[in-house]
Design a binder for this molecule. Structure first.
Ligand SMILES: Nc1ncnc2c1ncn2[C@@H]1O[C@H](COP(=O)(O)OP(=O)(O)OP(=O)(O)O)[C@@H](O)[C@H]1O
Ligand SMILES: [Mg+2]
Length: 348
């Protein structure tokens, strides 16, 4: 088993702090994901767990035992790098089997394991090729294969699906989830793709500028974003953000909003909660339709109201066309309310 605990971790490069005040326990067998925009410190955290980077301060524990001084090999982690890091002179077979060959397992056993992993990753026809004869996505699958062939204490995966095309990425993430269910090995995963993070993970931590903004079950974070950054980052299409003062004009001021009358607030409303129709009254926002975005299952409408863009959803049968006016209904009970000065969530 492997529980990973970060206690007071800070990482500086020269005088730049890239990971701040990281206190977190990843549970044994958990699939845990760090998600955040480029440069927020995701890869740095994985490198710290792998032992490829030293911490500037703080302690990391595996199962309660400090591991700061241990080499990467002694930590028994398998890492898939953002940049594959395959051995160029070895074939796909040799790359995947490398960790087992180092352990000097019998040849039949190695063959069986390579075939098992190659089948999962669709690499069977490519086993004899060298990395330079592969596409980016194929290389990425080989890198995954090399990690999956082992049974380490911990899997560390840095954007392992980023070079796959959209379809294969969705297939592979289902495979990863299934594999995790079977192997039950603690997995720390890194991605900038919020949807991938949501789909895969038991818990996610949203990272911004080296600091965890919120940590929790994906649906909990979606339902109650702790601050404006998280609200804007989680959810697709992104949440609408409206300055609270703009809503004061709406005829019937909702009791929810009334509670915050004396505070400067920003509100968020998810596009899936905004219903757009051709008819409406003064209790809804009347705006100009800018754009329609059909996705197959949904039809999104971009509208302009008081010079801000609002996105909502049209129900089937509504006649809405760009250039006309439409009504954007904001259900007040679905509003997310944030303090304008701190960006932090207010109320529930
Ligand atoms: N060796 C280094 N020396 C100095 N600064 C570094 C070093 N490695 C990373 N950084 C900086 O630390 C910050 C975090 O980098 P990191 O690679 O962890 O980001 P990331 O979240 O993985 O980004 P991406 O999504 O682009 O991979 C960045 O500002 C980066 O420039
Ligand atoms: Mg990175």
């Amino acid at each position: 088993m492997a529980e990973i605990k970060f206690q007071g971790i800070e990482k500086r490069f020269k005088d730049v702090v890239v990971v701040k005040d990281l206190n977190l326990t990843i549970e044994d067998r958990e699939f845990f994901t760090f998600v955040g925009p480029s440069g927020c410190g995701k890869s740095t955290i994985l490198s710290i767990v792998a032992g490829l980077e030293e911490v500037s301060s703080g302690t990391i524990y595996f199962d309660g035992v400090p591991i700061n001084g241990l080499s990467p090999g002694e930590r028994d982690v398998a890492m898939v790098f953002q940049s594959y890091a395959l051995y160029p002179h070895m074939s796909v077979y040799e790359n995947i089997s490398f960790p087992l060959r180092v352990k000097k397992l019998p040849k039949e056993r190695i063959d069986a394991e390579v075939n098992r992993v190659a089948a999962i990753l669709d690499l069977e026809p490519l086993l004899k090729r060298k990395p330079k004869e592969l596409s980016g996505g194929q290389r990425q699958r080989v890198a995954l294969g090399r990690a999956l062939i082992r049974k380490p204490r911990v899997f560390l995966m840095d954007e392992p699906l980023s070079n796959l095309d959209a379809r294969l990425r969705i297939e592979m993430r289902a495979e990863l989830k299934q594999l995790h269910r079977e192997l039950q090995i603690t997995t720390v995963y890194v991605t900038h793709d919020q949807e991938e993070a949501m789909v895969l993970s038991d818990r996610i931590a949203i990272l911004y500028q080296g600091k965890i903004q919120q940590c929790g079950h994906p649906m909990e974070v979606y339902a109650k974003p702790a601050n404006l950054f998280v609200a804007g980052f989680i959810g697709s299409p992104p949440i609408n953000i409206i300055d609270g003062s703009l809503l004061k004009d709406i005829a019937i001021l909702d009791p929810v909003l009334k509670r915050f009358e004396k505070t400067d607030i920003i509100v968020g409303i998810r596009p899936s909660d905004v219903v757009v129709s051709a008819q409406g009254d003064e209790t809804v926002l009347e705006g100009e339709v800018l754009l329609l975005e059909p996705t197959g299952s949904d039809m999104w409408v971009d509208g302009l109201w008081k010079e801000i863009k609002i996105k909502g959803r049209v129900l089937a049968g509504e006649k809405i066309t760009p250039g006309t006016r439409a009504f954007f209904k904001i259900p007040f009970e679905k509003l997310h309310i944030f303090d304008k000065s701190t960006g932090n969530r207010l109320g529930n």
